[in-house]
Structure formats: C-alpha cells, structure tokens
Design a protein around this ligand. Sequence first.
Ligand SMILES: Nc1ncnc2c1ncn2[C@@H]1O[C@H](COP(=O)(O)OP(=O)(O)OP(=O)(O)O)[C@@H](O)[C@H]1O
Ligand SMILES: Nc1nc2c(c(=O)[nH]1)N=C(CO)CN2
Length: 187
Amino acid sequence: MTETPNPHMPDADTMTGGMRPIRQAVIAIGSNLGERLNNVQGAVAALADTPEVTVVTVSSVYETVPVGAPPGSRDFLNAAVLIDTTLTVHTLLDRCLAIEDAFGRERGERNAPRTLDVDLIVVGDRIASDDRLTLPHPRAHERAFVLIPWLELDLEGEIPGKGFVVDLAQSVDTAGVTRREDLEILV
Ligand SMILES: Nc1ncnc2c1ncn2[C@@H]1O[C@H](COP(=O)(O)OP(=O)(O)OP(=O)(O)O)[C@@H](O)[C@H]1O
Ligand SMILES: Nc1nc2c(c(=O)[nH]1)N=C(CO)CN2
C-alpha cells in the first residue's frame, strides 16, 4: 500500500525536528558472519548513540537456523530492539543502513550471509511503500527470528494489517529459534 499525501497537512516526514511526533519502533538485528555477538552488540550501541533515538529495551540473544539462506550458511544470532524516535522513517532507515556498513556489511545476493542486518520492522502504525522502504517490513509476520525476540519486548505488539505478535508467533515454526542464556547485550 502506498501512502497518499494530504496536500493540506504537513507530512510527518517533512515536519521540522521539534514538531515531529515520538514514535515507538521495532528494529530486528541479525548476524551470521564474523564476530556475531560483537556485531549485534555494536548495532545496539550505535542505535543508542544516534541523536533522536532512545533505546527502550533490548531482547535476549537468540541463535536461529538460517531461513532462505544458501546451503552451508552459519546460524544467525538475532535480537530485537524497541526504540523511541523522532527521526523520519527514511532517516531512520539511512541510519540502519549506515550501521550495517560500519560493520562491514557487503550487499550481495538476497539472504546471503552477512556481518550485520538491521531491519525496520514497524514504526508506530506507519504504513509506507516506496523504492527504498516498506513498512511494516513485508516478511516480519512470517519470521520466527523476528517475532520471538519482539514478543519478549512487548506482549501487545502488533503488525498493522497482519495481527498481534502473540498470535503470529503461534502460527510460525519456532523450532529453529533458541534463546542463548549465556549471551547478553549491554545497553
Ligand atoms: N522495512 C525495511 N527495513 C530495512 N530495509 C528495507 C525495509 N524496506 C525496504 N528496505 C530496503 O531493502 C533493501 C535491502 O535490505 P537487506 O539487504 O537488509 O535485505 P535482506 O536482509 O537481504 O532481505 P529481507 O528484506 O528479506 O530481510 C535496503 O537497502 C532497503 O532500502
Ligand atoms: N535465522 C535467520 N534467517 C534469516 C535472517 C535472520 O536474521 N535470521 N535474515 C534474512 C534476511 O534478512 C534471511 N534469513
């Protein structure tokens, strides 16, 4: 679905800093290449260092079987982060991509092993679709490695148009998602 701008109202993405609303966003982080925990931890630290972003809570770390990845790919470490932000959705996306780059992310084939993936899952109840950004993330509702960490952060979480996280998490196969009690992300 594409957002239809209302010519009489300032779009939330073009309003000046002081006027922008605080939105709660869910960010999914993954790594299956290099120093996986260091990469995930670094992504959270970089988000926390971002002006106009406040990290609210961070999930446990989960070891997850790769989905849709080339044969032989290593397991991922995945986590989810709840943030409050006044950034526009596109500025937030740019920040996520810059954090990936800072951790040596190479952009090859889809689902190829990666040092770091930082995906925007939902930003408030924003629905958006353009050549750079789709919100909610179009595959989040079917991904146990996103839903299980998110559920830990917010039992009332919802993906607009798809349903509540608690229900979605029951409709997916969670066998490949294991909480790593021995690993922790520090904020
Ligand atoms: N909600 C979103 N979060 C992150 N990137 C998005 C989103 N919507 C669209 N994109 C675009 O997708 C592009 C490719 O993202 P990425 O390389 O992380 O995909 P992927 O991790 O291989 O696959 P997937 O999208 O299934 O997670 C990004 O450059 C970005 O412009
Ligand atoms: N287990 C797991 N599988 C994936 C992941 C991920 O983060 N975890 N990310 C993907 C592309 O974003 C594709 N497959």
